[in-house]
Design a protein around this ligand. Structure first.
Ligand code: PAF
Length: 354
């Protein structure tokens, strides 16, 4: 009898030990280790591997051999590798997902995922971005990189969130030059009454009006036909764009190296879409966009001279060593007007960055 009681007692103790240790295990699974040793609830961090795979579309307006595309290809590969194939991108060149303005709008609405775009049309949604489109604001690439990679540029990227866009990284479209079908442009007087296609950007339009031209804003998707059909005589874009789009076949016989606007580009994501991603994937996308943006800038700088050579070979007369002073002087009223909107201090800060 005593033996039987001893056996029952041992069994009860054994079961109690097992039950208690099982409870202890559950408890540690439910709380995160904290630095102060307490058992605080975990902060809301979306898990990395949520079991889902993501397929996004990234669009832009240029050709398959343009640095916009090459940078997106590098970006997409790196993100796919680092997320073990969980985040993938399809890339659509040639405005297949819409021209820059349309696509930017779609990002704000959450109906498109990602794009790389010149800043030109972005100020229609986030007006402060227009400050970087002021003519003759940046003297050199180096100055532009310092400003855009510094406080001013980072604030502008952050500001995009207010219109539903995640500004991932700066890239580059390049220094804009004027091409036209009529005559070599040496001074602002040569621009008189020239019908010039501009981007849908109020600062650019004001600048060409001040220079005596007749600006006609339109999407890039319409510009080529407008040039071919003589609806406009001129356009302005970096040499790489003129080369890749064969503007010499669209009556553009002259290119003047005014470099009147340093045209930055931005790699952007729709905030509504970006917010659906786990935090770690978001971080990977941000890091890889920064690398791709830097790579894109390098490619633009390298390819620019090659494009100028192609244009020359195709018979385009390149007008070099233009005196920029009369152009700068003519657009002073634009600075007066937009100084108030963007803030004179901000403009001075950019101009004085060396
Ligand atoms: O002129 C434009 O619209 C832009 O510079 C372009 C060609 C779409 C590249 O961003």
């Amino acid at each position: 009898m005593r033996k039987k009681w001893l056996f029952i007692l041992t069994m009860v103790m054994l079961i109690s030990v097992l039950v208690l240790s099982a409870c202890g295990g559950n408890q540690s699974n439910n709380t995160a280790p904290t630095t102060d040793g307490g058992d605080k609830p975990k902060e809301e961090v979306k898990p990395t591997d949520d079991g889902k795979t993501y397929l996004f579309k990234a669009g832009h307006s240029l050709t398959e051999d343009h640095p916009y595309q090459l940078a997106l290809v590098q970006f997409a590969k790196a993100v796919e590798d680092r997320t073990n194939g969980k985040v993938k991108f399809e890339i659509y060149p040639l405005s297949q997902l819409g021209a820059e303005r349309e696509l930017t709008e779609a990002l704000t609405l959450g109906t498109a995922d990602m794009s790389i775009s010149s800043t030109g049309p972005i100020s229609n949604f986030y007006p402060q971005m227009g400050v970087v489109d002021l003519p003759f604001l940046f003297e050199s690439r180096e100055q532009a990189y310092k400003v855009l990679d510094g406080e001013v540029g980072q604030e502008l990227l952050k500001g995009l969130e207010s219109v539903g866009i995640v500004g991932l990284a700066w890239a580059e479209n390049g220094f804009r030059h004027i091409t036209n079908s009529k005559r070599p442009i040496q001074t602002p007087a040569d621009l008189k009454d020239l019908k010039i296609r501009t981007m849908e950007n109020p600062v650019h339009m004001a600048a060409f009006e001040a220079l005596g031209a007749k600006p006609t804003p339109m999407a890039w998707t319409e510009a080529l036909t407008a040039l071919q059909q003589g609806v406009v005589d001129a356009q302005e874009n970096p040499a790489i764009v003129a080369d890749k789009y064969k503007l010499y076949e669209a009556n553009q016989k002259f290119m003047t190296l005014t470099g009147h606007v340093y045209s930055p580009a931005i790699m952007m994501f729709s905030k509504a879409v970006f917010d659906t991603l786990p935090n770690e994937y978001q971080q990977i996308i941000r890091e890889e966009a920064k690398k791709a943006g830097d790579y894109e800038r390098e490619l633009i700088a390298k390819m620019e001279q090659d494009s100028l050579n192609v244009l020359k070979e195709k018979g385009v007369q390149i007008i070099e060593n233009v005196d920029k002073k009369p152009f700068r002087d003519a657009i002073k009223p634009v600075y007066e007007k937009y100084g108030k909107q963007f803030g004179e201090d901000l403009i001075d800060k950019i101009i004085n960055t060396k």
